[in-house]
Design a protein. Structure first.
Length: 119
């Protein structure tokens, strides 16, 4: 349903490092390096970050192909000193296969990485 998302930040360099590190296990890299920076995986270009007043009260989730990748993203974030919120775990109150880990980006937005497949 959502084609792409663009966030604003007052900490562009820190946000670019955060998203480059967190999205690398999904095959995402910086693909557009203009005033607005765009991330994609080679077939998609769907996540953008630009300078400006930080977009607040935002929570969104990246779909992840498997639980191992959710774990990997969380560990990459930990290794690089990024904001951790909640360690990967099942969330049976949502549904039995909902497995997610949560990070905080440099603007303190809640960023979720979720796999909804049975393993």
């Amino acid at each position: 349903m959502i084609d792409h998302i663009e966030l604003r930040t007052s900490q562009l360099d820190a946000c670019l490092r955060f998203y480059a590190d967190a999205l690398a296990p999904l095959g995402y890299t910086l693909r557009v390096d203009g005033p607005v920076k765009g991330f994609g995986d080679g077939t998609t270009l769907d996540f953008f970050v630009g300078e400006g007043e930080p977009s607040g009260s935002v929570h969104f989730a990246f779909a992840v192909p498997d639980r191992t990748t959710v774990d990997s993203i969380y560990e990459v974030a930990r290794a690089y000193g990024h904001g951790l919120d909640r360690a990967p775990a099942l969330a049976p109150h949502i549904h039995p296969n909902y497995y997610a880990g949560y990070l905080r980006d440099p603007d303190d937005r809640l960023i979720e990485f979720v796999c909804q497949k049975a393993e």
